[in-house]
Design a protein around this ligand. Sequence first.
Ligand SMILES: [Zn+2]
Length: 130
Amino acid sequence: MNSQNPLYAPVRGGEHHMVAGVRIDVAPAGAGRIKRVIYPAGFRWSKDMKPVSGTDRCQFAHVGFLLQGQVHVEYPDGCTEEFIAPQAVTIEPGHDAWVVGDEPAILVEFDFKGDTASRFGLNGEHVHGT
Ligand SMILES: [Zn+2]
């Protein structure tokens, strides 16, 4: 990774965390938070994050903007979504997801912790056909 590249550079004024190989930089923004999240190539939620989270699927909503890379999302009913940078991203709670290809996926996320779905008017879980 190129440390001169601002996509990867340390974030000013944020807290830095590493979780299951995922780099998370988070800064407060009013009642919410803004995060830069770097998912490494090969990352898969159900393989890497599931043991950490203790839930069967990712129960968080993700709202943000994919700056780099490609992310494949799968819901329990078999519905899939493909996000390819540059693209806005909306993912409902209750999903598996993984990075496609050789490039890390870099996502800027806007979140309200457990209230992200309701604050953005999203379903609390995937509802087929909506
Ligand atoms: Zn569906």
